[in-house]
Each structure stands twice: as structure tokens, then as C-alpha cells.
Design a protein around this ligand. Structure first.
Ligand SMILES: Nc1ncnc2c1ncn2[C@@H]1O[C@H](COP(=O)(O)OP(=O)(O)OP(=O)(O)O)[C@@H](O)[C@H]1O
Ligand SMILES: [Mg+2]
Length: 327
């Protein structure tokens, strides 16, 4: 239905012919890529918040954008939601250009911002109804859709209480209902579980997963909780200083680091036999035997030489190839 709102072919495909693969069907909004950013830059004055970001989120996956404070995650998300302006042909959502087809993009997505977005002085139901109106849910369907969204996040019983009486976990679930009421094809969640207790955190995720199973919706989420990324994300991108430095499934990223550590241990052992550093070789060997966690990968990307200018995830890949050759 949302596709019908945008005449096929009005998204300037002629200028996008360089995009291999998904371009041919992008004008219908059926692109295999839910989100595509090509060399996205965004600056606040002198601060380069996003710096040449390449990002591709596949339709139907849960993609986790991880990274330290200030990495540029929220800025990138706000560019994708069209809340921050971007030049044409840089950001696409299901093939729709975020610069040229803002409204078409907005109709496809639900967004839970990092900052609280629920109005404390309204009831849960009123909050969700407001979003239903803003997101053009047809008037006749509105009441039922609002009730359904509240039900999905287990807030039916509390729906007519003021949001100021809700706990933090209930507020986050209310915001999830706000984002879900328009039945988005892409759900963007910026730190959806921050500050929640472990039970509330898994409850938020269970609700996200239930909707995703029922609708096939794509999810782009930022989180600082590595266990969540490991458990719930199909793929993760580690963002640092405005761009992605490592990309893959959590398992692939952990294995990549393990291979690199093995290669380093081998190198150190070789140096050790020539009498240089037997101690380093031993500790490196011990580390290379244990399977790294996603947190180790995070520390590795943020902490080590990749910070040097020009370091990108391709560096990880080439190190990996070297590791494979050695190993
Ligand atoms: N409205 C703004 N005005 C000026 N600078 C900003 C603004 N928003 C973000 N920045 C700067 O842009 C950079 C990226 O910030 P951003 O909020 O995108 O990071 P983040 O990865 O979401 O961090 P966090 O994990 O803390 O949420 C930071 O240096 C930040 O100070
Ligand atoms: Mg942020």
C-alpha cells in the first residue's frame, strides 16, 4: 500500500545505475537491501560525526550497529530516517532515496529514538494514537491498530494510565508500540534497552522478535550491550569515528579476531625462537587458543592500530587473509 503512494520510477533511478544488483527493482520499493548508505558524510560544524559510512542492511535481518560513545551511530540513524538532510543518491531505504523521496521513506519506517519520545502527561493509548495520526494510519483503522500495538508490547492493562506512572521498561515498550503502530517494514531502534534490568531487556527483545516473525520486518538497532548483539543480531557492524571498521555475523567477527591472534602468536613464536620475545609468544599463544567474545572484538577495533588514519574494516579482512595463509 505504501508502495502505491510512490509512482514507480520517480526515484531518479537513472542516476543510480552504478549500483550493482539491487538497482533494477529499487523503484518498486522491493529492493533486497532495506538500507543502503554509500560514502555517507555528516558534520556538525567542525565535528565529522559520520565519515564515509558504507552500510548495507538486508531485507528481513536484524542488523546491530555497535560502537563507542560518539562513534556516529545516532547521527547515521537520523540521516536514514530523513531527520537529518543528506544529498541525493547517498541513502536509500528499500530503494527510495532519502533526499528525493523523504515521505516515501518515512512511511516505511518506525523509529525509537535514543532520547525518550513518549509524552509523560498523556496516557499510553494517547501516545500511540498520536503516532498513528502522524504516520497516516487511516482514521477508521486507528483505534484497532493502536490497541493491537499496545497489546503486542503487553501494555493493554496500563493503556489508560498516564505515561508518567510507567516504569522505565514500560516506557521503552510504549515507545516500541509507537514505532510499530504504522506497521513499518523497517524498525530503527536507537539503544532500545538502555538502563533496563535484564528481564525488561529480554522482554523488549522478545516483543521485537515476535513482530519480526509475524511480519518479516527488518530491524536496525544500536546497542552497547554485546550480549544482546550476540544473541539477537544476524549481523553487526562495528562503527568507530564515523565509519564501519568490522562487519559480519557475531560468529564471523569472533573467528576473525581468533585467526588474527593466532597469526600474531605464530609471528611472536618465530621471533621467540630467535631469542627476541619468548614471553610475548607464550601469552599470545594462550590468547589465540581462547575464543574471543564480541566484547574482545569491540575492544580490538576501538583500541588498536585501526584508529590510524585510513584504517578500515578492509584492514581486518586483509589481516585475516594473511592469517589464513599463515595458518
Ligand atoms: N546536535 C549535535 N550538535 C553538535 N554535535 C553533535 C550533535 N549530535 C552529535 N554530535 C557529535 O557528533 C558525534 C557523533 O555523535 P552521535 O550521537 O552520532 O554518536 P553515537 O555513536 O550515537 O554515540 P552514543 O553511543 O553516545 O549514543 C559526536 O562527536 C557528537 O558530539
Ligand atoms: Mg547515540
Amino acid at each position: 500500500m505504501t508502495d502505491g503512494a510512490v509512482p514507480a520510477g520517480d526515484d531518479g533511478d537513472a542516476t543510480g545505475t552504478g549500483d550493482a544488483g539491487s538497482t533494477s527493482d529499487s523503484s518498486s520499493g522491493d529492493s533486497a537491501e532495506a538500507v543502503s548508505c554509500r560514502a555517507l558524510d555528516y558534520s556538525f560544524g567542525d565535528t565529522k560525526a559520520v565519515d564515509g559510512l558504507d552500510l548495507s542492511v538486508r531485507t528481513g535481518e536484524i542488523f546491530g550497529l555497535l560502537g563507542p560513545n560518539g562513534a556516529g551511530k545516532t547521527t547515521a540513524i537520523r540521516c536514514i530516517t530523513t531527520l537529518l538532510p543528506v544529498p541525493p543518491d547517498i541513502v536509500k531505504v528499500f530503494g527510495h532515496d532519502a533526499a528525493k523521496e523523504k515521505m516515501a521513506v518515512r512511511r516505511l519506517l518506525g523509529y525509537v529514538p535514543q532520547q525518550l519520545s513518549a509524552d509523560a502527561a498523556m496516557t499510553g493509548r494517547e501516545n500511540v494514537t498520536l503516532f498513528a495520526r502522524v504516520f497516516d494510519v487511516p482514521r477508521r483503522e486507528r483505534a484497532a491498530r493502536v490497541a493491537q500495538a499496545l497489546d503486542v508490547v503487553d501494555l493493554s492493562d496500563a493503556a489508560d494510565r498516564m505515561a508518567q506512572t510507567y516504569s522505565g521498561g514500560m516506557i521503552r515498550r510504549l515507545e516500541l508500540a509507537q514505532a510499530l503502530v504504522s506497521a513499518p517494514r523497517l524498525l530503527m531502534l536507537d539503544e532500545p534497552t538502555i538502563g533496563l534490568d535484564p528481564i525488561a531487556r529480554s522482554s523488549v527483545w522478545e516483543h521485537i522478535n515476535a513482530v519480526r516473525r509475524a511480519t518479516g520486518m527488518t530491524v536496525l538497532v544500536t546497542t552497547h550491550y554485546m550480549d544482546e548483539a550476540e544473541q539477537y543480531c544476524d549481523r553487526v557492524g562495528l562503527m568507530h569515528r564515523g565509519r564501519i571498521h568490522a562487519l559480519g555475523t557475531p560468529g564471523e567477527l569472533r573467528e576473525e579476531l581468533r585467526e588474527r591472534r593466532r597469526a600474531e602468536a605464530d609471528e611472536a613464536r618465530k621471533s621467540g625462537t630467535t631469542g627476541e620475545s619468548a614471553e610475548t609468544a607464550e601469552s599470545g599463544e594462550a590468547r589465540s587458543d581462547t575464543v574471543p567474545t564480541l566484547e574482545d572484538v569491540f575492544r580490538d577495533v576501538v583500541g588498536q592500530g585501526l584508529e590510524e588514519e585510513g584504517g578500515t574494516y578492509r584492514d581486518v579482512r586483509s589481516t585475516r587473509r594473511t592469517a589464513s595463509r599463515l595458518g
